[in-house]
Design a protein around this ligand. Structure first.
Ligand SMILES: Cc1cc2nc3c(=O)[nH]c(=O)nc-3n(C[C@H](O)[C@H](O)[C@H](O)COP(=O)(O)OP(=O)(O)OC[C@H]3O[C@@H](n4cnc5c(N)ncnc54)[C@H](O)[C@@H]3O)c2cc1C
Length: 392
């Protein structure tokens, strides 16, 4: 029987890929159309090591061809469109897409109708955009030249002898550890980690912060807490970066890499579907909430980094997808039973490798040992299970 409902998913990364599989496995008579600007999924979890240590992993270990992840489904129930959503017509139930020029086909505008829409367009970072930072893809660039952008970043960092990293959350700390190890053979090398908080890894227990502090210090990383970065710029002639701190102090280095948080990918999302900061507000069922229209039941869901939910982590996405899909299924089957409510991310699980041999983190209320971080994540940043995670 031909599918009777079409679900369009905007964003083909963690949240979009996992939602697509869950729908195709759990809901009958549905076609899923997945839209993503690039045909390549980037295993960005490993980005701190990929960028700092170019030979650590082969590109085929951390990049995946998105259509191949869904080859087990027939074309009647799944299709992939390589393109970027430009706008959503909420009442007309369509998404306008600018398709990419691929396989000899010209780029064009396409209007795709949906019965249900899932927004999974995620987030990006200043470094990924190359804005006020060395261009360093910590997230996907949304372009098929991702690998050449990665290689450019690897070259810039390999040529640098001094680096400043802004932001000491998990990504900043992981990257500082990897870069410090990569710089060890260089004479006069230095890595400085700046944070506006009074300790690094402020989202974790103080024990994890002090453990990270000692491991990074052993690797020679200079840590400065409670400093606010006011700006960063690169001199076009000398290529040196100058980081200006609030108060006027300036620091210079061959590279400045920002890891100071994430920015929503929301340019195509109507203003009344955005809350403060540009993130998409949802209810406990993951249904998008239009500003000023309480209790409206739009056929639009959102999941992952693009939502107002924090923390923005892959391991929280894993808990969100089943709830969203249960509610979508109930909508499609017009059932009031089996609806689910999301009650939050649950137990804190954050593991932060620091270099190839150590790290820290927190599982529930417990700070974890460095050797355990190495065992769980530090060996290859979960690359060993990337393929199976993405294909199911
Ligand atoms: C360096 C780094 C390391 C991390 N490590 C961890 C970790 O160890 N553990 C953990 O739990 N979390 C980690 N995270 C967080 C994790 O990466 C995010 O939570 C996760 O990527 C969120 O997935 P997502 O699918 O919601 O969004 P994203 O991964 O941001 O993907 C969004 C997708 O939507 C696409 N898109 C954007 N705009 C459009 C558009 N207009 N049309 C169509 N598609 C669009 C993008 O190209 C992208 O493919 C890390 C983050 C970083 C930056």
């Amino acid at each position: 029987m031909a599918p009777t409902k079409t679900v369009v998913i905007v964003g083909g990364s963690w949240a979009g890929i996992k939602t697509t599989h869950a729908i195709l496995k759990g809901i009958s008579n549905v076609k899923v159309i997945l839209i993503n600007p690039s045909a390549t999924h980037y295993f960005n979890i490993a980005a701190p090591r990929i960028l700092a240590k170019p030979t650590a992993f082969a590109p085929e270990k951390y990049t995946f061809y998105i259509p191949e992840l869904f080859e087990k489904y027939n074309a009647e129930i799944f299709s992939f469109i390589q393109g970027a959503a430009q706008s959503i017509d909420i009442d007309g139930k369509t998404v306008a897409i600018a398709t990419a020029a691929v396989e000899g086909k010209e780029a064009r505008e396409l209007v795709v109708p949906f019965d249900y829409l899932v927004i999974a367009s995620g987030s990006t970072t200043l470094a990924t955009l190359g804005r006020d930072s060395v261009l360093a893809p910590f997230k996907t660039t949304g372009s098929d030249d991702l690998q050449s952008t990665i290689e450019q970043a690897q070259k810039t960092l390999a040529e640098a002898e001094t680096a400043i990293i802004g932001g000491a959350g998990a990504v900043g700390v992981e990257f500082a550890g990897e870069l410090a190890e990569a710089f060890q053979s260089k004479k006069g090398a230095s890595v400085t980690l700046l944070t506006n908080t009074d300790r690094i890894l402020p989202e974790l227990k103080p024990g994890a912060s002090s453990s990270a502090d000692s491991t990074l210090s052993r690797l020679g990383v200079k840590i400065r807490t409670s400093v606010m970065i006011a700006g960063a710029s690169q001199d076009s002639a000398s290529k040196q970066w100058t980081v200006t701190l609030e108060g006027g102090e300036t620091l210079t280095a061959d590279a400045y890499i920002s890891t100071t948080g994430v920015i929503p990918n929301n340019s195509f999302i109507p203003a009344d579907l955005r809350a403060g900061g540009g993130w998409v507000p949802i209810d406990a069922e993951f249904r998008v909430q239009r500003q000023g229209k309480d209790n409206e039941k739009l056929p639009i869901y959102a999941v992952g980094d693009i939502t107002t939910l924090a923390p923005r982590l892959l391991n929280t996405v894993a808990g969100q997808v089943p709830v969203l899909v249960a509610n979508l299924k109930a909508d499609i089957e017009k059932s009031t039973a089996n609806r689910r409510q999301y009650s939050g991310p649950g137990m804190t699980t954050v593991v932060v490798p620091i270099g190839a041999r150590s790290g820290t983190g927190q599982i529930w209320f417990f700070v974890v040992w460095g050797w355990l971080v190495w065992l769980v994540k530090g060996r290859d940043y979960f690359l060993f299970m990337a393929g199976s995670l993405l294909r199911s």
